[in-house]
Design a binder for this molecule. Structure first.
Ligand code: SOE
Length: 370
């Protein structure tokens, strides 16, 4: 079996999730190539113990070295959003396959440059919208494709967290526009927009607004404070090209919700409900059945997507398995030259919705997304 040598740029939270996925994908999935943890890149010396702990063969401090090495086949971008474009374009020009963490870019202009570089160099790309590979979401997609929803009327999507409600929580990179592009909008609305596009269809028009509840925070490793120039909450309404309508809410002030990605979809034949905090369950209402009420599907059967690769029925899986599932699909797609979704071109459509909501909020009017 051939090797696919990976250079990963970034080694914090997503670096850990991706390293774990490279380590385990081959143990649970029939991979068509062997993912090799070749080179981990990080600006600080802390990358050295990370490389040792997670079994990366080498480390470096400059991504240009990583993307240019002949013994690197794949570049995996796990850095803050502000460096996604420069790294991806350098990797595409070096003819590397690319996996990039979400959101694709800081804005549509950067995302379009990334798509152009990938197409000019004909390199495979994928964006790590990992929740498409939650077994319950993959089953939901399958049931929608089988017509279980009928005509779609509504999607109600929320992504609620509460990790920055303490005013003393410092201004980390996700709260700095120059590094993140936006706050909770690009971080969490990105996920529910991607899922809405995946499950319901393309969004044509949006109307949104944002709020920053705490406008100044302590700076990290300093006794000074700084202005917060990103959103703490962004909500928007959406019209879909297929006539469905949607409400979207992303907040980091949803006290009590830790990672509460919640979906409800209503159609002419049925409804579905999902909550990431109970990620092994999917609730389904079949309007064509006499007995009313949502049925709880525990998504752990061997015939359900992905989950049969792990444990017997009822032995639930977790957040980290969504990355194992995604990396297995990514490695096999690169090895066999088969389509990878969502690729940069698909993720550009999500970026267009993100930017349209920001413009709508700024101008306090409805905006087209394309
Ligand atoms: C923080 O909001 C975060 O880590 C996001 O950046 C991830 O994309 C999400 O999956 C979990 O929460």
């Amino acid at each position: 079996m051939k090797n696919l040598n990976i250079a990963m740029i970034g080694y914090k939270f997503m670096g850990k999730a991706h390293s774990n996925a490279y380590l385990n994908a081959g143990k649970f999935f029939d991979l068509k190539a062997n993912p090799v943890r070749k080179l981990i890149c990080g600006r600080s010396k802390d990358v050295i113990p990370f490389a040792k702990k997670w079994g990366w063969e080498n480390y470096c401090h400059n991504y240009i070295e990583a993307v240019r090495r002949d013994d690197v086949d794949i570049v995996d971008i796990c850095t803050p959003n502000s460096s996604h474009a420069e790294i991806a374009i350098a990797a595409a020009n070096a003819k590397k396959a690319i996996l990039c963490e979400k959101p694709l870019a800081m804005n549509v202009a950067e995302a379009e440059d990334m798509v152009a570089a990938a197409e000019e160099n004909n390199v495979p790309t994928m964006v790590c919208f990992n929740y498409r590979r939650v077994p319950a979401i993959a089953l939901l997609k399958k049931m929608i494709d089988e017509g279980k929803l009928g005509r779609v009327y509504h999607i109600r999507a929320q992504y609620l967290q509460d990790w920055i409600m303490d005013p003393k929580f410092p201004r980390v990179w996700r709260l700095v526009k120059a590094l993140a592009g936006s706050g909770v909008h690009g971080d969490l609305n990105a996920h529910i927009i991607d899922l809405a596009r995946f499950l319901v269809g393309e969004i044509s028009d949006v109307s949104g607004f944002s709020e920053t509840f705490i406008k100044e925070r302590p700076l990290e490793n300093s006794d000074k404070s700084g202005i917060v120039d990103v959103d703490d909450a962004t909500l928007f309404l959406a019209q879909f090209k297929n006539g469905a309508i949607g409400t979207f809410e992303a907040t980091r002030f949803g006290g009590g919700n830790k990672n509460g990605l919640q979906l409800e979809i209503n159609g002419s034949k049925g409804s579905f409900k999902f909550n990431l905090e109970n990620m092994n369950e999917l609730f389904y209402l079949n309007l064509e059945e006499k007995e009313q009420g949502f049925k709880r599907i525990l998504v752990t059967e061997p015939e359900h997507p992905y989950v049969g690769n792990f444990w017997p029925p009822g032995h639930i899986i977790g957040y980290e398995h969504t990355f194992v599932n995604l990396i297995a699909d990514f490695i096999n797609g690169v090895a066999e030259g088969t389509p990878l979704m969502p690729d940069f071109k698909d993720a550009l459509k999500t970026q267009k919705v993100l930017d349209a909501v920001i413009k709508s909020a700024e101008e306090r009017c409805w905006m087209k997304t394309y």
